[in-house]
Design a protein around this ligand. Structure first.
Ligand code: DLL
Length: 434
């Protein structure tokens, strides 16, 4: 089922026309109603009245995360505060948070894009959706909640954590879909294995998980699906643009359909800022097409992905986005070699006997960066035979060196040693003094 079939199956040419028309509105709205955008556009010599075709996008100046932070709290709003009905914020840990506001109409659009995402993975108004994303300024909880209600499905607003209660409600309420971070889904599987060996997920109604808010791999999907006996789907979004539902996977599980009628996306080279042709990998940049409260114009997300068109079996024609592999600002430069945490994860996940719980610890005791990969051994891989563990450690270190070209110290730890998160997992710990 599609929530808005006429848009989700629109022909490419028609979509581009719609985008052009909406871009003209959005760029003028930002220019005329927000001083920061007005000054930025003037500074770059760009006048929205001269915007005639999608090619003109290259004249529009980029907006960076720093500029968003500097505009804290409401400096990017383009409507009076009394038209704003809700505030959200990014989960950033350093500096000012970035703030997003929504008008009534924006809230409706947000609800719609999440409703589309739920339908894309095969959900419908008949579903009972346990929203195990955090509620609050974070967009995950309220985003999934309003999406569920917009669709007309039943929402269980439990928020994150309290796994015992999550499992109880899955049984008692007959939950069919759970929405949470992929790392929390793994925590739920671990919890059952350790504390409730008799809890059989197959005897519940839970069929699907809608997972997102942090990067995760195909291997993690396999693990979650196998251990929880469900189908797992990727949902993506960011508070600077709106929240979850900017793009989401369909039942084909082969890329995420982007709501390109609300967000115009471009791929640029993260180093040079140069616009790259469709199909290239790079940093994704967003321009909101319908947002009233806080227009996002050419926002450099730092998320790395690829956009492409294919004839998806689900029938949607919306442009597809590869799962986000990481962020350009997460890139670790280890002794001159660029390494992404997702690449390390990829190597770890290919080795038998390793659990998907790891942390990358960076330190600089000497002039060189030290990298330690701390990873849990799975219950099955855990043998108290020291020789077995030594061999495993050696195998991992060799594999990391071969694939990534840098040597890293590997430390194996017992199951359940690495701190579990109820929201986004913390993968990188940087102890370097800058
Ligand atoms: O994480 C919104 C969200 C909530 C998405 C619930 C999906 C589900 P922020 O806290 O602003 O918003 O963080 C946004 O998280 O720029 C990506 O780097 C990362 N991210 C979000 N979803 C995915 C995903 C929410 N499916 C930042 N895969 C984004 C990879 C993701 N990374």
């Amino acid at each position: 089922m599609m929530f808005k079939k006429e848009v989700e199956t629109m022909r490419e040419a028609e979509m581009k026309e719609l985008q052009l028309e909406r871009l003209k509105w959005s760029l003028s709205h930002a220019y005329n109603n927000n001083k920061l955008y007005h000054d930025k556009f003037d500074g770059a010599g760009f006048n929205p009245d001269k915007f005639k075709s999608l090619e003109d996008m290259k004249h529009v100046p980029f907006l960076t995360k720093q500029e968003m932070r500097d505009a804290y709290p409401f400096g990017l709003f383009a409507v009076p505060l009394d038209k704003v009905v809700r505030i959200h914020s990014s989960s950033g840990t350093t500096g000012n948070a970035t703030i997003g506001g929504l008008t009534k109409n924006d809230v409706a659009v947000f609800g719609e894009i999440v409703a589309r995402s739920i339908c894309a993975c095969g959900g419908s108004e008949k579903d009972i959706i346990q929203v195990a994303f955090g509620y609050g300024l974070f967009t995950g909880g309220l985003g999934l909640h309003f999406g569920t209600e917009t669709l007309g499905a039943l929402s269980v607003p439990i928020s994150g954590g309290n796994t015992e209660r999550q499992l109880m409600l899955i049984k008692d309420f007959g939950t069919t879909i759970i929405a949470c971070t992929p790392s929390y889904a793994i925590n739920v599987a671990d919890y059952i294995e350790r504390n409730k060996p008799d809890y059989d997920m197959r005897s519940t109604n839970l069929r699907k998980a809608i997972l997102g808010s942090e990067p995760w791999s195909e291997r993690m999907r396999e693990e979650i699906e196998k251990r929880l006996h469900i189908d797992a789907y990727d949902i993506y979004g960011l508070s600077e643009v709106m929240g979850p539902g900017v793009s989401a996977e369909c039942t084909e599980k082969s890329g995420l359909h982007l709501c390109e009628d609300h967000f115009y996306a471009e791929i640029i080279d993260p180093q040079t800022g140069e616009l790259l042709p469709e199909g290239s990998s790079g940093e994704i940049v967003y321009t909101s097409l319908t947002k009233e409260a806080f227009p996002t114009i050419r926002y450099r997300s730092k998320d790395l992905t690829r956009l492409y068109r294919d004839s998806c079996k689900c029938g949607r024609t919306l442009i597809k986005m590869e799962r986000v592999s990481g962020r350009c600002d997460d890139m670790l430069i280890i002794r001159g070699v660029n390494v992404f945490p997702s690449q390390i994860e990829h190597v770890l996940m290919q080795v038998e006997g390793i659990a998907p719980h790891y942390q990358i610890i960076l330190d600089r005791k000497t002039a060189m960066d030290d990298v330690e990969v701390m990873v849990e051994v799975s219950e099955s891989g855990f043998s108290d035979k020291l020789t077995g563990l030594e061999a495993l450690k050696k195998r991992l270190a060799e594999k990391l060196k071969n694939v990534l070209g840098v040597s890293m110290k590997v430390t194996l730890v017992e199951p359940m040693t690495i701190e579990r998160s109820e929201g986004k997992a913390k993968r990188v710990i940087d102890k370097r003094i800058m």
